[in-house]
Design a protein around this ligand. Sequence first.
Ligand code: NG1
Ligand code: ZN
Length: 529
Amino acid sequence: MEVYDKVRKLSEVHGNPCTSKITYGTAGFRAKADTLDHVFFRMGLLSVLRSKLKGATIGLMTTASHNPECDNGVKLVDPMGEMLEESWEPLATKLANATNDELVDVLQEIVSSQKIDMTAQASVFAGKDTRPSSEALGNAARDGVMALEAHFTDFGLLTTPQLHYMVVCKNTHGKYGEATQSGYYKKLSEAFNKIVAENGCTGDLIVDCANGVGAPKLKELAKLVSSNLKIHVVNDGTAGKLNEGCGADFVKIQQRAPNGMELGANKRCASYDGDADRLIYFTLNEKEQFVMLDGDKIAALIASIFKDLLKEAGIELEVGVVQTAYANGSSTNYLRGTLLIPVSCTKTGVKHLHHRAKDFDIGVYFEANGHGTVILKPEAEEKIRESAGKVEGVKQSCVSTLLAYIDMINQCVGDAMSDMLVVEAILSTKKWSIQDWATMYTELPNRQLKVKVADRSIFKTVNAERQLTSPVGLQEEIDSVVSKYNNGRSFVRPSGTEDVVRVYAESDTQEHADGLAKEVESLVKKFSK
Ligand code: NG1
Ligand code: ZN
């Protein structure tokens, strides 16, 4: 049977009910799970076209990250572990929304506009999170891949960053590592153990896995680092619901501990999100107050260790940090003013941060919500590797520590497990408690709100999403409200993943940050009518 006939036949099984339009956004497609069957089938098809075009393996991840359990989503991973190239997002949207009758025409249109050789080989790697709907949706994607007669490798349950890792390992023919789960755990744990064994056991760490896929995966990793770090997994999916009252997003937004966790002064606690690509730390201080260490603080910790190690090793490379507008103002000031590290600001969405981080020899990028990693220019990595054979003594040990950090980092994408080991290793080398880390700088109190509006597309932003150009007149009113607050800063942007407008506000006290957020929320409502 001709492949397009196969597509037609299977598209009857995975038909588009044409009840709503869906858009490929920052996090791929995300919606209620029971509306997505045809979308998954079609993303299976699209991943094959992309694979044929690139002559490389493409990743397909089934997850809706921190969204509620009833949602699901799909995103494609490009050959070097990056998010799907932006120019393909409209193609994905068009294919997902085509009627059943239009499907093959749209597919052929993509083949001809992208000049895809349909006789080329194709391979797709798939992974999924623990949502009840993930299995069936993953199978719909598999049907799409099979319809176009491509090679399909199903890894089953994986964290999002693990899938990115597998794709890169495969496409670099093992140079980045072995494309297996055991290869992943081995690479990370060996690097961690190497650094930490010299400094002694770092004690206990309690990790809330959001009742998601991070739980079984972290339990595997924990076994391999147990002599140097005691990891206790809570919210492991055996009792609670995914992302309900737990997980990195809950902790960050609610600014409080997740369910199922007992805090204590100086006790190290952390939360992952539902697909384990975000990481947030928290603890209680001596006054029993909740203290959160978010993506900004993780970035500051990692950037500082890289800067120190490079200096001690006598290697000249520039370390820079990339943030978004959600970064706390104190973190930006601390990085620039105290650590003397350059900071760039981009639009929300990791693909923007990842791209900008390439401007630096060593680019540390994190969203405040705990999603981020470190990337090195190949020349920078080479320079560090080369210096290993040329220096001695303390310098030599700094270079070998740097190389261990490089092995521990998942350069493909933000990775909660990898970032967590990096943080733990740094605390161990610096002999810092979580409280020492927390006092690197003090955050300005802040508040994030979601506002439901009739049409969020009327909100248009510029200047890395820090200012609005539409609705006309709203920005001026926000500016005027902000000017009344000490250290006030606030901005408004439409969410790319939820049907809401987000308001962010910070000021000198929590009361003021809350007040500013409320005032801006009222303005948003006023201009949405
Ligand atoms: P939106 O919904 O566009 O704000 C959220 C996060 C992003 C990013 C994406 C993808 C915030 C404020 N926004 O995007 O940083 O992580 O989800 O999951 O945290
Ligand atoms: Zn996530």
